[in-house]
Design a protein around this ligand. Sequence first.
Ligand code: NAG
Ligand code: NAG
Ligand code: NAG
Ligand code: NAG
Ligand code: NAG
Ligand code: NAG
Ligand code: NAG
Ligand code: NAG
Ligand code: NAG
Ligand code: NAG
Length: 399
Amino acid sequence: MLFQTTVVLAFAIGAYADLYSLVATIPWAPGTPSSTDQSAIYNGTYYLSDRTNKGVHIISLANKTQTGFVGGFVTGLVNGTLSSSISGPDGIVILANRNEMYVGDGDGTVKVINLFTNTIVANISTGSKKRADEFAYDPSTQTIVVTNANESPPIVNILNATTHLIIGNISFSGASGLEQPAFNPGDSQFYISVPQTTGAPGGALQLINVIKGSFSIAKTLPIPSCAPAGIVFGPANHVFIGCSGSQVSSFGYSASYIMDVTTGSIVANISGITGSDQVTYSAKTGYYYASAYLNTVNGVPTPILAVIAANGTVLQKIATDNVTAHAVSVDPSTGNLVVPVKAKGIQIYSLNSTSTTASGGTPTSSTPASTSKTSDAQNNRLGALFGMAVAAMAFAWLL
Ligand SMILES: *[C@@H]1O[C@H](CO)[C@@H](O)[C@H](O)[C@H]1NC(C)=O
Ligand SMILES: *[C@@H]1O[C@H](CO)[C@@H](O)[C@H](O)[C@H]1NC(C)=O
Ligand SMILES: *[C@@H]1O[C@H](CO)[C@@H](O)[C@H](O)[C@H]1NC(C)=O
Ligand SMILES: *[C@@H]1O[C@H](CO)[C@@H](O)[C@H](O)[C@H]1NC(C)=O
Ligand SMILES: *[C@@H]1O[C@H](CO)[C@@H](O)[C@H](O)[C@H]1NC(C)=O
Ligand SMILES: *[C@@H]1O[C@H](CO)[C@@H](O)[C@H](O)[C@H]1NC(C)=O
Ligand SMILES: *[C@@H]1O[C@H](CO)[C@@H](O)[C@H](O)[C@H]1NC(C)=O
Ligand SMILES: *[C@@H]1O[C@H](CO)[C@@H](O)[C@H](O)[C@H]1NC(C)=O
Ligand SMILES: *[C@@H]1O[C@H](CO)[C@@H](O)[C@H](O)[C@H]1NC(C)=O
Ligand SMILES: *[C@@H]1O[C@H](CO)[C@@H](O)[C@H](O)[C@H]1NC(C)=O
């Protein structure tokens, strides 16, 4: 059985190997960064936070060149080394209906960038002296939430995007850190990814009340053995949950999950994909994308970008790095993906036009069976087909 597991894994990787192909690498300018954070794509333009160079890269995806750089962000050193907890730029969110981008900065301020002029038009203080980190946006009420992830206890600030005023703060008193907030258009609620909190040792998604006068945590959906980081909503109230690099050391296995937030149940356990930061979803391809930059196989660092179908099937693993490749963005109009790799540059991968459909993607090669439900048998099958961790165990057993 164990021997068969390794053989099947090799087949599974080969089957989807060329869904995406590298088409361009944009050289780093003004210099190669050692500390980057989130990225976003809007109207064919790619944006990437770069703490080393204290600004946001602006890349034309059509022309495959850097067309601008918005500087003026704040970095801080601890013992001579750049510290992400007091440095920016950090998280990024696009407010398409305002043609603005909000970017977190190292001094607890939020910089508002006008996307026609690429200039900072507002500088909103959250009251924290540590970084303003990650964002979510509700376009219908024009409400922004941003995390003060490095405060103790961590805080979520609620901002009015039309007035640029903080309208409330929510304290996460049991939490150790905060990760990605996300707005779910399916139920119009904000969800916060909480790596660990009281009563949820594996982490949780926490829903918040952002109605004036009732700023509070509304509901907790615990996550089994994860330390969640990036989260993103896909179709039908499903949320993809990336787990941190600490998942393996804390819980002894590596997996990402898809949760149905209407029930809080895990509907797909994606074995062998861990150590993600930013994750994203493309409505064009119907795929999730996980920047598993701290992924390990049998204890060996194996940074990858994983392309995952809506049912949890891993379609492709692209080799990346464990330094800058914790951001991933997908162009909503083309399905092309962009990942920053320190030793190379900003890499653009194009989706082979024959290998997907608008409704959800059909790989060209033969397709191993997969699952979208969580019976133990199905989990075992998914793990057997796609689990690097399982394969690693099998190798260890054989040796
Ligand atoms: C791309 O290049 C074309 C031709 O040089 C130019 O007209 C266009 O403005 C460029 N687009 C961007 C977004 O830089
Ligand atoms: C900074 O250096 C001092 C003295 O070596 C040490 O005590 C402290 O823990 C260091 N701080 C961090 C955050 O590494
Ligand atoms: C983005 O594209 C939309 C639709 O074409 C347009 O209305 C908007 O002005 C564009 N915004 C920017 C910043 O280019
Ligand atoms: C932004 O606000 C912070 C704190 O309020 C201030 O220290 C900083 O100088 C401001 N930066 C800009 C570019 O206005
Ligand atoms: C909370 O919000 C208020 C504005 O209502 C602001 O003055 C304060 O600095 C915020 N506190 C933190 C810790 O973010
Ligand atoms: C934001 O401020 C505007 C202007 O005062 C107000 O009309 C709107 O209701 C506010 N939105 C929220 C979500 O507080
Ligand atoms: C990153 O990868 C290098 C090998 O390229 C390895 O030596 C290092 O330990 C890795 N660091 C982390 C945090 O995984
Ligand atoms: C995907 O595109 C690459 C580069 O154009 C090509 O080499 C490869 O054969 C294509 N794969 C499929 C399945 O179409
Ligand atoms: C999962 O999705 C992939 C890609 O769309 C598809 O090829 C595969 O057949 C699906 N598996 C199941 C069990 O539905
Ligand atoms: C996910 O899969 C791993 C590896 O097969 C397994 O150890 C773990 O119990 C599963 N977790 C859940 C929540 O199903």
